[in-house]
Design a binder for this molecule. Structure first.
Ligand code: RP5
Length: 168
């Protein structure tokens, strides 16, 4: 898959297959909404291992600060990314055909001690939250981004406060 890129990529988004993009675009969308540059690639830990390592090294040299990795089934992609970098790796389990993503979740969350992967919810919510978490990481050293994140949270709170349940 050709790379999808915006501005200077501070976040590398990688997924095991183009079939993961429907879910993983939720991470890219959050980053775009916050004006954070990212680069998305479909690269597989088992089908294109050399290309994956090459891309991790390349985007790191270009200034990336963290990775979001989405994969399904025996989902070792996030762990392989984490084996190559000390940058934070956020793992997103893909919904899978036979086990509804439980296989993906357990594969990503059960990393052995020493090489951590932060694991998010299965599917769209997990991908969106991984995007938001990447924003939070970058906001630690970017006050303008921290303000945008606070405004985003305030807007969500306002929507809940303004919500009215229907009359019976
Ligand atoms: C994994 O296998 C991918 O991350 C994807 O979730 C799953 C199925 O891939 P395709 O058969 O659709 O390429 O490697």
């Amino acid at each position: 898959m050709k790379k999808s890129a915006s501005a200077k990529p501070l976040v590398g988004i990688v997924m095991g297959s183009t079939s993961d993009w429907e879910v993983m675009q939720n991470a890219a969308r959050q980053l775009k909404d916050f004006g954070v540059g990212c680069e998305a690639r479909a690269l597989s830990a088992h089908r294109t291992p050399d290309l994956l390592i090459e891309w991790i090294d390349d985007i790191t040299a270009r200034g990336a600060k963290c990775f979001i990795a989405g994969a399904g089934g025996a989902a070792h992609l996030a762990g392989v990314v984490a084996s190559r970098t000390t940058l934070p790796v956020l793992g997103v389990p893909m919904p899978s055909k036979h086990l509804q993503g439980l296989d993906s979740l357990l594969s990503i969350v059960q990393m052995p001690k020493g090489i951590p992967v932060a694991t998010f919810a299965i599917g769209d919510a997990g991908a969106a939250n991984a995007g938001l978490f990447a924003v939070a990481i970058l906001a630690l050293s970017d006050p303008a981004l921290a303000n945008k994140l606070a405004a985003f949270r305030a807007k969500q709170a306002d929507a809940v406060k303004a919500a009215r349940l229907p009359e019976i």
